[in-house]
Design a protein around this ligand. Structure first.
Ligand code: ZN
Length: 433
């Protein structure tokens, strides 16, 4: 069997060139390729469908685009990079002056080798993106150009991939990633591949909770999915938006909107256990699809574990966010952090002591050492009896197991084993499960 790093590498190479946008064949092709890994169900929301305050746009088809200089030579060619054409550009074919062309040309003086990524989803427009080096080489001394964009808008649909992984409880966590960006590796092909690998891993495990995986275009896809799955989405308490997980820079995480939610503490404890230095980004109204999931109607605590977070690295939204920048090893590092965090989240059950009135008689339930008097309270380590007593003390149907583990300074996995023993003996019940 192939090791996971080379598998990630394969999928980076296969999926990187696919031209994705908020709609279109590139997104469907991406989902079909991911179906090799996991049984994603493809959902299509038709153009024109009203989703809350938004309308699903028409599908955008792009076949070709170029700019020719005066000697009839192509100086920009979409075939070389799908970032050259502004996403959702309308069709155009005409001779054009330098002055007019420059209002439709995007480049970055500060990053002269990079082609920027630009979109115009909701305003009819057209445009090209070039590197500043190419701009200087081909555009600054010419007056007349020919521009050609062979694009089309049609009534089609917006494609979403969904996978529900059932655990013992029907209570779900949301795991969402966005696939609308064309050829950029960290933002967000890294997140798409990690999410698929994570789903495959969880499918082979016995889980307490259920997990709702979605692959969708950012913003409009998340809005469309929320609008079409209101009942299920409104029941979800927490989850992850997986994005920007494969850069060479530092690990970090964006907190969910409620900073005290256990999901944030679980992520931090996972970093600490792995001795990983990390950056904490507090919740901000700018960002990714947590903007939709955490809105007033849903209030899902969605956090993101990152490695070179969007906005934070120089190559963000440019052609230099490519396969030289992103490495499969980095994505795998982030994947392992996600897996460990979810292992904790999956055990973060809220229990309630069925016998809260004074202490339970432990010996009656086979939970007390046979001979009394020999046990001395010992603060340095917590033995099984201590954990039993603490659990019966704390579990009131409000506090979660992870929060108790933090109070006791003990690994949640150890505490969970004792809690489940008390659950089996009908001393604790699981709440909201
Ligand atoms: Zn982005």
């Amino acid at each position: 069997m192939k090791d996971i790093v080379s598998e990630i590498d394969d999928y980076l190479r296969i999926l990187f060139p696919v031209h994705r946008s908020i709609t279109g064949e590139g997104n469907r092709e991406t989902l079909r390729i991911l179906q090799e890994l996991i049984p994603i169900r493809m959902i299509e929301y038709p153009s024109g469908q009203q989703v809350f305050d938004w309308t699903i746009p028409q599908e955008w088809i792009i076949r070709d685009a170029w700019i020719k200089g005066s000697n009839d030579k192509k100086i920009v060619n979409y075939r070389n990079s799908n970032l050259h054409v502004v996403s959702y550009s309308r069709p155009i074919h005409k001779k054009i002056s330098q002055k007019e062309l420059f209002t439709h040309l995007h480049f970055l003086e500060d990053l002269p080798e990079a082609i920027p990524y630009r979109t115009s989803y909701y305003k009819e427009n057209w445009g090209f993106c070039v590197s500043y080096n190419d701009f200087q080489r081909y555009f600054s001394n010419e007056d007349n150009f020919e521009v050609y964009i062979d694009s089309e808008f049609k009534n089609g649909s917006l494609s979403v991939g969904e996978l529900l992984i059932k655990g013992e409880s029907a209570k779900e966590y949301l795991i969402s990633t966005y696939l609308c960006h064309p050829s950029m590796a960290n933002d967000n092909l890294s997140g798409v591949i990690l999410t698929a690998m994570l789903a495959r891993e969880l499918m082979h495990r016995k889980l307490n909770y259920s997990y709702r995986f979605v692959f969708l275009p950012e913003t409009i896809g998340a809005i469309a999915y929320c609008a079409n799955n209101q009942e299920a989405m409104k029941k979800i308490d927490a989850g992850f938006v997986i994005t920007n997980v494969g850069g060479p820079g530092k690990h970090g995480y964006k907190q969910s909107w409620h900073a005290n939610h256990p999901i944030n503490q679980i992520i931090e404890s996972t970093f600490r256990e792995n001795e990983i230095d990390f950056i904490t980004y507090s919740f901000n109204i700018h960002g990714s699809d947590e903007r939709q999931y955490s809105s007033g109607g849903f209030r899902i605590n969605a956090a993101s574990i990152t490695k070179d977070k969007y906005y934070e690295y120089d190559y963000y939204h440019t052609s230099l966010d490519n396969l030289d920048f992103v490495k499969p090893e980095y994505i795998n590092e982030s994947l392992q952090i996600y897996i460990e965090a979810i292992e904790k989240l999956d055990k973060n059950i809220i229990y309630e002591n069925i016998f809260p009135n004074c202490e339970v008689m432990l010996s009656k339930h086979g939970l007390y050492p046979q001979t009394g008097g020999g046990l001395l309270p010992d603060d340095s380590t917590l033995n099984e009896l201590d954990l039993t007593l603490w659990l019966l003390f704390y579990c009131d149907g409000q506090i979660s197991l992870f929060e108790i583990a933090e109070k006791l300074g003990i690994d949640i996995h150890i505490l969970y084993t004792t809690a489940e023993k008390l659950f089996q003996k009908n001393l604790l019940k699981r709440c909201d499960f």
